[in-house]
Design a protein around this ligand. Structure first.
Ligand code: C2E
Ligand code: CA
Ligand code: CA
Ligand code: CA
Length: 281
């Protein structure tokens, strides 16, 4: 039994070590990815449920084309970038690139949409954030109201009071703020006041997944939508994959939807703003 235990321990140890090595390798490669032009942004439309030919906004999503591994999911590399601090320079690039693209679309006549950019907890606590945002807007001559910064509920709840001050500072620039993945964090009702500078609440995909079959998921979405109405903010349903889900969200009073049913995230050149070209194609 002792021998067996030792063998298992060694096996376990090798597993942990190779995962740690893989992580370090990926971190080193991520460091070069930015300079090497391996990072890009994909854009996913957020459509108005009252009239799905109208777009509310576009979310910028990071993509990494690794020279050997191919496309690496942000679910895999964003946590590594976050832990190593690399998310700060990468996030700065994302902000600049998304604002540049938003300005380009505006110059082409698409003025009525909001560019949504994800912020990680590490970026949120960086003292440079407001300056970086302000510069990205100024360089591209983009009105602040055309930019929406998405922050997860859990990032805010790590230190609600500090986050609240930072959000107020960003708000003072005139940008819009969204709470991402709402409902899966740990916010209690007493923490809701910290969300008050927010303009948009994004309902986590896990609830939308259950919307048609689960009474609980439906009840939670109903409550979040009512909260959004009471606060005078926009509710966005995430991860909408069917017409039935979109209709159910609309019937509950949800304003906006995002998901594969309307479009997957696509490179900038593939995005269609007008429904005559069909968003769902
Ligand atoms: P998120 O911010 O919640 O983004 C939504 C994710 O859901 C995206 O995954 C999107 O492709 C996916 N999605 C949208 N509609 C559907 C659908 O109908 N079905 C399914 N199954 N998925 C859908 P993606 O692009 O893989 O990004 C994953 C996460 O990585 C993001 O979740 C966000 O937390 C993070 N991320 C992506 N880009 C950035 C970035 O620029 N900065 C930071 N800090 N995080 C980012
Ligand atoms: Ca997001
Ligand atoms: Ca989300
Ligand atoms: Ca998410």
């Amino acid at each position: 039994a002792k021998e067996h235990g030792k063998a298992q321990l060694e096996f376990f140890d090798r597993g942990v070590r190779s995962r740690a090595v893989e992580r370090l390798e990926m971190e080193a490669e991520l460091r070069d990815a930015l300079a090497g032009g391996e990072l890009s942004l994909a854009y996913q439309p957020e459509v108005m449920l009252a009239d799905t030919t109208k777009m509310f906004g576009v979310e910028a999503l990071l993509r990494w084309q690794h020279p050997k591994l191919g496309a690496v999911s942000p679910a895999r590399f964003v946590p590594i970038a976050e832990q190593s601090g690399l998310i700060v320079p990468i996030g700065e690039w994302v902000l600049e690139e998304a604002c540049r693209q938003a300005a380009k679309w505006r110059a082409e006549g698409q003025v009525d949409f909001v560019m949504a950019v994800n912020l990680s907890p590490r970026q949120l606590s960086s003292p440079e954030l407001a300056g970086v945002v302000e510069r990205a807007l100024r360089v591209n001559d983009l009105p602040a109201s055309a930019l929406c910064l998405e922050i997860t509920e859990s990032a805010i709840m790590e230190d609600p009071e500090a986050a609240h001050r930072i959000l107020q500072g960003l708000k003072a620039l005139g940008v819009r703020l969204a709470i991402d993945d709402f409902g899966v964090g740990y916010s209690s009702l007493s923490h809701l006041k910290y969300l008050l500078p927010v303009d948009v609440i994004k309902i986590d995909k896990s609830f939308v997944d259950g919307l048609l079959d689960s009474r609980d998921a439906r009840a939670i979405i109903t409550a979040i939508v009512q909260l959004a109405h009471a606060l005078g903010v926009i509710a966005v349903g995430e991860g909408v994959e069917s017409a039935e889900q979109a209709a159910a969200l609309r019937d509950l009073g949800c304003h906006v939807a995002q998901g594969y049913h309307f479009s997957k995230p696509v490179p900038a050149d593939y995005l269609c703003f007008s429904q005559s070209d069909s968003l769902s194609a």
